[in-house]
Design a binder for this molecule. Structure first.
Ligand code: MN
Length: 272
């Protein structure tokens, strides 16, 4: 069993970090699949991600129905998360955002390409989804299950899907992986747009380089190093969260203490 208190803290911190790094603002969200139940996921109640706290999370089934009817407002775009968890059993975390760095690409229909090694976390020319193709004129929000399912189909096996005239949805095998992918694809989008703006010929990673350096998000110590850095920055900005005093750890500390105080023979007898 996972320590859910710790997991919720990490997810709240993920929301705050991605916002603190300028990818999310008043809108957008990071979710995680329930670590012990693949048919559930956690997403905050409707509020700006930089304000999200561990107690804000609502538990949903994969049809994005809350397990317990909440008394608080919910995000309207939660089907993005539910439908991706349904379609992709390997995905444990999802981030949906409208990053300013991506908007020039999304507004011009320019493919995303990795222009530096960390940008490889977004892949080469990730899929693009246009809500209008299937649904015609809408308010551009992904709110109907069919819209979420269509987006999930467009994502396919990729790690990121660009949503024309809207934003981006990135996925990860855990919360930190999803955060890493989100932040570094965002940096890459900014560099790419700047490179195009100065009029240079865009030079980008080969498919082989992309594959090798793309695994950096999940397979190296870079993830730990980046998380520690981002957590320091959000804490410094006043948005940190206190560390959770693990119940299991506290319990084991008490147990150790009582074992130390108990004579060996008595402990043995107790175990029998
Ligand atoms: Mn959106």
């Amino acid at each position: 069993m996972t320590n859910l208190i710790e997991a919720r803290r990490e997810l709240a911190l993920a929301n705050r970090i991605v916002a603190n790094e300028g990818v999310l603002d008043a809108f957008g969200h990071v979710s995680m699949r329930h670590p012990d139940n693949p048919n559930r996921y956690f997403l905050s109640r409707s509020r700006a991600p930089q304000l999200v706290s561990p107690e804000d999370f609502i538990e949903y089934d994969l049809d994005s129905r809350p397990v317990r009817e909440p008394s608080v407002t919910q995000y309207s775009e939660r089907v993005i998360h539910g439908e991706i968890y349904k379609a992709r059993p390997d995905v444990m975390s999802v981030c949906h955002h409208h990053s300013p760095a991506f908007m020039p690409l999304l507004a011009t229909g320019t493919d995303y390409v990795p222009v530096f090694h960390l940008g490889a976390v977004g892949g080469i020319k990730p899929p693009v989804w246009d809500q209008h193709d299937e649904f015609g004129d809408t308010n551009m929000l992904v709110v109907k299950p069919a819209e979420g399912a269509s987006l999930a189909r467009a994502l396919g096996q990729a790690s990121m899907v660009l949503m024309k005239r809207h934003g981006v949805t990135a996925v990860g095998v855990n919360v930190r992986d999803c955060v890493f992918r989100t932040i570094y694809s965002d940096r890459n989008a900014a560099y790419q747009a700047q490179a195009l703006a100065i009029g240079g010929k865009l030079d980008f990673l080969s498919p082989g380089e992309t594959e090798i350096s793309g695994s950096i998000a999940t397979k190296t110590t870079g993830l730990v190093r980046a998380w520690e850095y981002w957590e320091m920055r959000v804490t410094k900005a006043g948005g940190g969260l206190p560390a959770v005093k693990s119940a299991a750890r506290a319990k084991s500390a008490v147990a150790k203490k009582s074992v130390a105080k108990t004579p060996a023979r008595k402990t043995k007898g107790k175990r029998r």
